[in-house]
Write a protein that binds this ligand. Structure first.
Ligand SMILES: [Zn+2]
Length: 280
């Protein structure tokens, strides 16, 4: 056992030694040489493009002429997706949320999952049947709203879209901290408006509707209006009812509903509370 381990540890060294031939120069000096065949093969991170990032292929064009094209290799797309995932602000635990591990315990939970999957498919369909680019899950906590919304965001990230997760309370806290610092404030806002997909978790979380200051409302209006006018995919979870949202700001609420095309809007109060599943 001891010997085997030693051998393994020295494998590289031994291979080199074995394949080395020595040339005698004069009487004393020896210079190791490697023949071409014995040279260790270059190890590529990507076997498809040999780390060039592109693959070249030929295609017959008009008049039977052969043209050479190039396209980005899968490894580059995977790298970019990974970068997008890192920039999404999703914590390690949230990155593990998928449609597959959303526990469907009731018929209603099954329907909620179908809704989320349907929204993802619709937004990535080149010929969508609706004009939806928003999804709203509202209702009590513990119904799995966040898990489903994050799973949807994860799917968009895997698809190659840029995305961002923001928790409403954290976002408004940050923005009010930066309210005197125009640069930082703008940077934070532009992060929220520039990504392909934005998830605002726990929108307008507060004890009562009157707790939402006009400053907090203004931040949300700025972000949501921009996404509304630019038809950018936006997902919301909230414990507020539609009536609450309308009370907080009628035009903002109706914009959110419009973004969902009245399709991807779900009352999670009907979904049984499965707190034991640690879904929130
Ligand atoms: Zn590659």
């Amino acid at each position: 056992m001891q010997e085997q381990q030693t051998n393994q540890n020295n494998l590289t060294h031994q291979n080199t030694t074995q394949s080395q031939k020595t040339q005698t120069v004069g009487n004393t000096q020896t210079i190791p040489t490697l023949s071409n065949q014995e040279r260790p093969k270059k190890v590529y991170q990507c076997d498809i493009c040999h780390d060039e990032g592109f693959i070249f292929y030929k295609k017959r064009g008009y008049g039977d002429e052969i043209y050479e094209y190039s396209k980005r290799c899968e490894c580059q797309i995977a790298k970019e997706n990974q970068k997008n995932i890192e920039k999404s602000d999703l914590s390690e635990i949230y990155r593990r949320c998928t449609f597959a591990n959303y526990i469907v315990g009731t018929k209603e939970q099954g329907e909620a999952k179908e809704k989320a999957v349907g929204f993802y498919r619709e937004c990535t369909n080149p010929n969508p049947v609706s004009t939806a680019y928003g999804m709203l899950f509202y209702g009590q906590s513990g119904a799995g709203k966040t898990h489903l919304a994050i799973s949807t965001l994860n799917n968009f990230l895997q698809y190659g879209k840029t995305g961002l997760y923001v928790n409403y309370l954290e976002l408004v806290r940050k923005l009010s901290q930066f309210s005197m610092d125009y640069m930082q404030y703008n940077q934070e806002i532009s992060k929220c408006i520039s990504v392909d997909v934005l998830l605002i978790d726990d929108l307008f979380k507060s004890k009562s509707n009157s707790d939402i200051s006009s400053a907090k409302l203004t931040y949300m209006i700025e972000i949501i209006n921009h996404r509304y006018y630019n038809k950018k995919i936006t997902m919301f979870t909230t414990e507020k009812s539609i009536d609450d949202l309308l009370t907080i700001d009628e035009s903002l609420a109706s914009r959110i509903v419009q973004m969902t095309d009245d399709r991807y809007i779900l009352n999670m109060n009907n979904v049984a509370n499965f707190r034991l599943n640690k879904q929130s």
